[in-house]
Design a protein around this ligand. Structure first.
Ligand code: AMP
Length: 280
């Protein structure tokens, strides 16, 4: 695996490979890699000649400075995992490679970025689209792989690609889970043993709702889910929504895709999860 920490060299290197007809698959991450990230690398490997992974803890998508500070950073271990997974290129820039001092611009994707996560993390998706746009300009990939774990993020990046007519195909990859059902996340390292136990209510509730789902009982199911989660000690629910998979407003029986999405604080750790209930 070749590792780059600066923009121009990785850009030139990949352009040369592309000129020889190689296809490039790209996985953007913030590091602290786990099997969820590696599943994206694996799919990218199956579908492309060259796989590129970026590791960059993007400061502009954190609205809470403490969250940014305590975000796990494990570059050496990540690098070994990527090597083992057969990743070809790692791009791990420092903040000054990605941002000038005091950059003020952002993209405006529309109302989707202000709903759900956007409501609880104002400005989060402006930071996400800013960094992903920059990464897409550096890494000339034909395909980019993102997890369903961050469903709203996928939707917003899709809208960005559509709006700006970027020449990249987005691929959504399934959520990887721990044996008990907890969605894998870099933030799970912050969970205590008790937190881990309590956190199971999130995937448990999503599964329960999936089992009971019919398009005409959306409001009642949403209420039931909130009650189940609120009854769990150590868990503070932020939102549980049964949403139209395109607009993220509450689903209607006519919605083509329906997704249940949840965010909650478990102890001091904020977790998100979701499940597709219909369509998709
Ligand atoms: P992150 O490092 O959290 O920014 O995640 C990088 C990419 O990995 C994103 O596209 C995530 O959606 C994806 N990802 C994170 N956790 C999982 C998981 N448990 N299963 C599948 N993909 C995931």
């Amino acid at each position: 695996m070749k590792t780059f920490t600066t923009k121009q060299p990785v850009h030139q290197y990949l352009l040369q490979l592309k000129a020889t007809g190689k296809s490039i698959g790209f996985v953007a991450t913030m590091g602290a890699l786990h099997q969820g990230h590696l599943s994206l690398i694996q799919l990218a490997k199956q579908q492309n000649d060259i796989v590129v992974c970026s590791i960059f803890v993007n400061p502009t998508q954190f609205n809470d400075p403490k969250d940014l500070e305590k975000y796990p950073r494990t570059l050496d271990a990540d690098s070994r995992l990527l090597e083992g997974a057969g990743c070809d290129v790692l791009f791990a820039p420092g903040v000054n490679q990605m941002y000038d001092d005091n950059e003020q611009w952002h993209l405006n994707i529309g109302e989707t970025e202000h709903l759900l996560e956007g409501e609880f993390r104002p400005g989060h998706y402006q930071g996400v689209t800013q960094v992903v746009y920059k990464l897409f300009n550096i890494i000339p990939a034909g395909r980019a792989y993102f997890g369903q774990k961050d469903y709203q993020q996928f939707l917003i990046i899709s809208k960005m690609v559509q709006m700006l007519k970027l020449p990249v195909e987005l691929v959504m990859c399934p959520i990887m889970r721990e044996p008990g059902g907890l969605a894998m996340s870099s933030r799970n390292v912050h969970l205590s043993a008790d937190d881990r136990q309590h956190a199971l209510v999130l995937s448990g509730t999503l599964n329960h709702i999936k089992d009971k789902f019919t398009p005409d009982n959306i409001a009642a199911l949403k209420q039931e889910a909130a009650q189940l989660i609120n009854a769990e000690p150590g868990v503070a629910l932020e939102y549980f929504e049964i949403a139209d998979g395109e607009t993220l407003h509450e689903a209607t029986p006519q919605s083509k895709t329906i997704v249940a999405l949840v965010a909650a604080k478990v102890g001091n750790t904020r977790l998100i999860d979701n499940v597709v209930l219909a369509g998709g």
